[in-house]
Design a protein around this ligand. Structure first.
Ligand code: FAD
Ligand code: NAI
Length: 462
């Protein structure tokens, strides 16, 4: 007799949402989590603490640098301990909230490390064996290491250490100009550090639309962030007071040195499957250590499923959540679906950067005939009235059918605005659908409407 209908291993956004949805659908569910707190990377050391610091550092910078211009006199100083403690309180409130949701939905929370013994057995902490009808792996991801640059979480930190620096470093060198590097680099720049980002590619933001990436870099440079593009870090010497980094041009050339007080290594994340016992039960991994799954999120072993950061696809919390819901609903015969092309991505710097669907480079490569409509925030009356005029909205639509294929926003609240495009794309809508939707005035959303009008060649306010 099985103890459970489903055992979920990992209590991050993928695992805990899947567990709750399965319980809502009538399954008897347990979730095994080894961290000592629910919520995974996202709530404990990822999305939530980083967004808390991005928000408080943004407010600090606003008060210090921008209040005087709008007629507010204030004397501003940093109380870093209180700022960090505030972030910790937000994290602990939210993780306890998930425990409450588990109780409410009658999900059994098992604290400990789970290992798969067979397709119907999970061992916890090497002793207790729980029997189950199905297993869902949601063990997430971990920091990618850089050979020669050993993380000690003091002078050479991962994103986890970068959430707790005290004092503010004199010079923070960020290795990797992707999402983590730009978000956490922004936090410490605002709080007073000199920040240099060393990036392997010749653009920041990875797969970001090239025009957005260029503007993003310009705006971050205006804020004082320095960039060394096309450079790869090859080693670090942390024996002295600070860290001496060695780097060389990605295309080859003479090595350079760079002195830092603290180095943040943010060159990506890797799937986490250590100690799960996958080899023993025959679950296959791909060349990047991810667990391949079919459309039902089932691995090559019947009855063992996987979702979230540990499988291929964008490493994002909302994608992990959707995976979890689709996986458990499918187990019960429902027919949900998730389209990874419609998973939005947001960088929570200021201005924010958000995108969904294809960018211009991808459409060109695929030979798609498209039209682009662009609208700048400087011409948006709400942007102007709140002093947020940097950036633009760009909508890409099929030249023949007008179906929206992508949307790229750099600007105030881009992460909120992008969902207009997500919704219209989810319904297979056109730029005309967006343009003909009545938008309240004055709102930042009117920039989205105007970009849609621009696709049709009839923007009003430019
Ligand atoms: P995880 O959240 O990694 O959870 C997996 C859990 O499984 C962990 O708690 C782990 O302890 C547990 N576990 C692993 N192995 C076992 C085992 N054998 N037994 C028991 N438990 C186990 N994404 C966004 O969408 N928006 C953001 O703003 C954002 N910001 C981020 C900021 C930072 C600094 C970082 C590092 C990441 C950020 N992410 C963000 C990414 C996001 O955190 C991940 O995509 C998301 O957490 C993945 O969810 P998951 O459930 O797949 O895995
Ligand atoms: P990333 O993949 O976004 O960026 C890593 C960058 O490091 C790339 O631009 C890469 O070219 C560069 N790089 C690799 N090796 C290098 C080297 N030796 N020297 C210099 N540069 C090098 O990875 P990141 O920022 O670590 O984030 C990991 C994951 O976490 C991402 O997949 C992201 O989806 C997720 N995340 C999401 C957030 C959000 O949604 N707002 C916030 C933070 C993380």
């Amino acid at each position: 007799m099985a103890d459970y209908d489903l055992i979920v291993i990992g209590g991050g956004p993928g695992g805990y949402v899947a567990a709750i949805r399965a319980a809502q659908l009538g399954m008897n569910v347990a979730c095994v989590e080894m961290r000592g707190a629910l919520g995974g990377t996202c709530l404990n050391v990822g999305c939530i603490p980083s967004k808390a610091l991005l928000s408080s550092s943004h407010k600090f910078e606003e008060a210090r640098d921008h209040f005087a211009a709008i007629g507010i006199k204030a004397s501003v100083s940093l109380d870093l301990k209180t700022m960090l403690a505030g972030k910790d309180k937000i994290v602990s409130d939210l993780t306890k909230g998930i425990e409450f949701l588990f109780k409410k939905n009658k999900v059994t929370y098992v604290q400990g490390k789970g290992a798969i013994k067979s397709a119907t057995e999970v061992m916890v902490n090497g002793k207790d064996v729980l029997k189950t009808k199905r297993i869902l792996i949601a063990t997430g991801s971990d920091v990618m290491r850089l050979p020669g640059v050993e993380i000690d979480e003091k002078k050479i930190v991962s994103s986890t250490g970068a959430l707790n620096l005290d004092p503010v470093p004199g010079h923070l060198v960020v290795v990797g100009g992707g999402v983590i590097g730009l978000e956490l680099g922004s936090v410490w720049k605002r709080l007073g550090a000199k920040v240099t980002v060393v990036e392997f590619l010749d653009k920041i933001g990875g797969p970001m639309d090239a025009e957005v990436s260029k503007q993003f870099q310009r705006l971050l440079e205006k804020q004082g962030v320095a960039f060394k593009l096309g450079m790869k870090v090859t080693g670090a010497d942390a024996k002295g007071k600070g860290v001496a980094l060695t780097m060389e041009p990605a295309k080859g050339g003479a090595a350079e040195k760079l002195e830092a007080d603290v180095v943040l290594v943010s060159i990506g994340r890797r799937p986490y499957t250590e100690g799960l016992g996958l080899d023993k039960v025959g679950v296959k991994l791909d060349e990047r250590g991810r667990i391949p799954v079919n459309h039902q999120f089932e691995t090559n072993v019947k009855g063992i499923y996987a979702i979230g950061d540990v499988i291929p696809g964008p490493m994002l919390a909302h994608k992990a959540e959707e995976d979890g819901v689709v996986a458990v609903e499918t187990m019960l015969g429902q027919k949900p679906h998730i389209d990874y092309n419609l998973v939005p991505s947001v960088i929570y710097t200021w201005p924010e950067v958000a995108s969904v669907g294809k960018n211009e480079e991808e459409l060109k490569t695929a030979g798609v005939n498209y039209k682009a409509g662009k609208f700048p925030f400087v011409a948006n009356s709400r942007g102007k009235s709140v002093g947020e005029t940097d950036g633009f909205v760009k909508i890409l639509a099929d030249a023949k059918t007008d179906r929206v294929l992508g949307c790229h926003i750099i600007g105030p609240d881009a992460g909120t605005l992008i969902h207009e495009a997500c919704l219209v794309m989810e319904y297979g809508g056109s730029s005309e659908d967006l343009a003909r939707t009545c938008h309240a005035h004055p709102t930042l959303n009117e920039a989205v409407k105007e970009a849609a009008l621009a696709v049709l060649g009839r923007a009003v306010h430019v």
